[in-house]
Write a protein that binds this ligand. Structure first.
Ligand SMILES: Cc1cc2nc3c(=O)[nH]c(=O)nc-3n(C[C@H](O)[C@H](O)[C@H](O)COP(=O)(O)OP(=O)(O)OC[C@H]3O[C@@H](n4cnc5c(N)ncnc54)[C@H](O)[C@@H]3O)c2cc1C
Ligand code: SF4
Length: 550
């Protein structure tokens, strides 16, 4: 991937294993690898394991609920480490409600056991990620923040032999500034891609190395706020999941409320990006959601103090690509490993990381990183509970895309038959192809939303996400073809101005302008643009949101 336009580089850095992204998937890989080597390495020196993260500090670009299935920790953390996890609550009370309208909500009296979470830890994924990073460093991993990896390196046979970070200190027109630092080339025996959903490298690697799954990946956008509320000890550990209002008929959307401590409640809304109405504004739907009495009561007297948004891979088993190629492994959300029925991916990310780490430890021991040896990771994953869970709910999300009743029936089948029925692959259209042409005229359906301490507008929320981008740098959001953009404005009414949860895109004088400094790196524009005309690229390392409590 050495492109002629790449700027001059410093001399290459040689490492053994390079992990791209310091999310829970990559960090679990590093931790399992170093621990496994300690146990089984037979006196051989440990590998040099380097983790590169694009955010300014660990956890700044991760966002989750987060109710964590404790299966995440199996074989990875010991009891003492689990006890010390930075969480203040475990689920004590859980409810599931159908929001039947703007004021009505009905309890769901019975929830299948596979969806229950009693006793699970709840907390901030940013904090948990920092904790995992600390454990990794204690084992000898080197973690560097503020480095966005922008290319992989491969030899003439197509084997991945390392990666390259983006340069820093370029001005708006791509010329070096006084603080210019060239990109770094890192040579590695193997690289691990744990970039989260819609990974910049992972997506291209999967496409270019024949790793694609039998069904394209489909996504949801998750938006979330942390609300500080007056102290209420009784609610610590209480969680609520909902579906129904305010999702439009035929769309797949639901929300959650997690009391992660006596004074903090996480409120989030997840919406399938296979929606068809171009004016769909998920941030505005989230605000409507919070205004519902069943949700508002959880935030009474509170104030939103943090905000974030992120894509979630929802395609399930049929959208999981091959996770190994010569010299590279894919872990976590980058590989689509997420239980889309429960919106739970942390345990799958950590367990995929563990299995990748154990595979790499064996490869290091044998001095062989060939594709045949690395393929043991994929075999182990297919043999693990992660795979069985994916199998069980493999048709649920696709069934919801047809009709809510079919989706509910698919949940029942998944539970009753452990995923055997339906045995065929239910089809699902790719997200960019589901939009219908915009309707002409009419007021915005979201015009009259009242702003309050628990219902900030989009720009206030961007401020609460802590997002910062150096203004004088090349725009990281590439609009590839202005003619297609004009066509999209005419046909779909510029859906980017609605779907972006950070108000990056604005329609001004018939043209789309992108204020990239607001971008929270959720990747929705890359997924939902009907002409695939927007390309998200990593901005200067260290820029982007600064989530610390999400
Ligand atoms: C709103 C919401 C609610 C959720 N709720 C839950 C829940 O309750 N329970 C649950 O189990 N799961 C939940 N999930 C899913 C869960 O958060 C993910 O499955 C999990 O975070 C995936 O971990 P990961 O390590 O694969 O990716 P991430 O957590 O996304 O980490 C990827 C890291 O890689 C970095 N990175 C990416 N590209 C590069 C690059 N090119 N160079 C350098 N660094 C890079 C990113 O900055 C980031 O730090 C939720 C998700 C959302 C959005
Ligand atoms: S510009 Fe794209 S990636 Fe950035 S916040 Fe908006 S939709 Fe998300």
């Amino acid at each position: 991937m050495n492109t002629p336009s790449s700027p001059p580089q410093a001399s290459p850095l040689n490492v053994d294993i390079l992990c791209v992204g310091a999310g829970v998937a990559s960090l679990s890989t590093a931790l399992a690898l170093l621990r496994c080597h300690k146990k089984t390495g037979g006196g051989k020196p440990p590998p040099r394991v380097v983790v590169l993260e694009k955010s300014r500090s660990i956890g700044n670009h991760v966002l989750s609920g987060a109710v964590i299935d404790p299966a995440a920790f199996e074989g990875l953390l010991n009891e003492e480490e689990i006890r010390r996890l930075p969480v203040e609550a475990h689920v004590t009370r859980e409810a599931f409600r159908f929001l039947a309208g703007a004021r009505v909500s009905l309890p769901i009296p019975w929830v299948p056991s596979m969806m229950r979470a009693h006793g699970f830890p709840i907390g901030s994924l940013s904090r948990i990620t920092r904790y995992l990073a600390m454990l990794c460093e204690a084992e000898g991993a080197e973690i560097y923040c503020g480095f966005a990896v922008t290319e992989w390196l491969e030899d003439e046979t197509g084997r991945i032999i390392g990666a390259r970070t983006g340069p820093r200190g370029m001005n708006r027109s791509g010329q070096p500034k006084s603080n210019y630092a060239p990109s770094e080339e890192i040579r590695a025996r193997a690289i691990v891609l744990g970039e989260g959903a819609c990974g910049y490298l992972a997506e291209r690697l999967i496409a270019s190395h024949g790793m694609a799954a039998c069904r394209p990946q489909t996504y949801a956008l998750g938006v979330k706020e942390l609300v500080e509320i007056p102290k209420n000890e009784a609610r610590r550990g209480e969680i609520l999941h909902t579906f129904g209002y305010p999702a439009a008929t035929g769309d797949y959307g639901g929300g959650f409320v997690y009391h992660i401590s006596a004074t903090e409640v996480m409120v989030g809304y997840v919406y399938g990006l296979d929606y068809s109405r171009p004016e769909t504004d998920i941030h505005a739907l989230f605000r409507r959601y919070k205004a519902h009495p069943a949700i508002a009561s959880h935030m009474a007297g509170g104030k939103v103090v943090a905000y974030g948004a992120k894509a979630i891979p929802e395609g399930g088993l049929f959208s999981v690509p091959n996770l190994v190629t010569d010299g590279a492994l894919v872990v976590g959300d980058s590989g689509g490993l997420l239980d889309s029925l429960r919106i739970k991916g942390i345990h799958m990310a950590m367990q995929s990381g563990r299995l990748a780490g154990e595979t790499l430890a064996a490869a290091w021991r044998a001095g062989d990183f060939g594709v045949a040896r690395l393929a043991a990771y994929e075999r182990a994953l297919r043999d693990s509970p992660v795979w069985r869970q994916l199998q069980r709910v493999r048709n649920v999300r696709a069934s919801f895309s047809k009709h809510m009743a079919l989706g509910v029936a698919a949940v029942g089948c998944a539970w009753l038959t452990r995923g055997i029925l339906p045995w065929w692959k239910v089809s699902m259209e790719p997200d960019p192809l589901t939009l219908r042409p915009a309707r002409r005229g009419g007021a915005s359906p979201f015009a009259n939303l009242e702003v309050s301490l628990v219902s900030p507008d989009r720009l206030t929320d961007v401020f609460l996400s802590g997002t910062i981008h150096e203004e004088d740098q090349p725009c990281h959001l590439l609009i590839l073809d202005r003619e297609k953009c004009a066509e999209c404005i005419t046909r779909y009414g510029a859906p980017c101005q609605h779907f972006c949860p950070a108000e990056v895109y604005r329609l001004e004088e018939g043209q789309i302008r992108a204020d990239f400094s607001n971008c929270v790196h959720c990747k929705t524009c890359q997924v939902k643009d009907p002409y695939a005309n927007i390309r998200w690229t990593p901005p200067t390392g260290g820029d982007g949101p600064r989530y610390t409590r999400l």
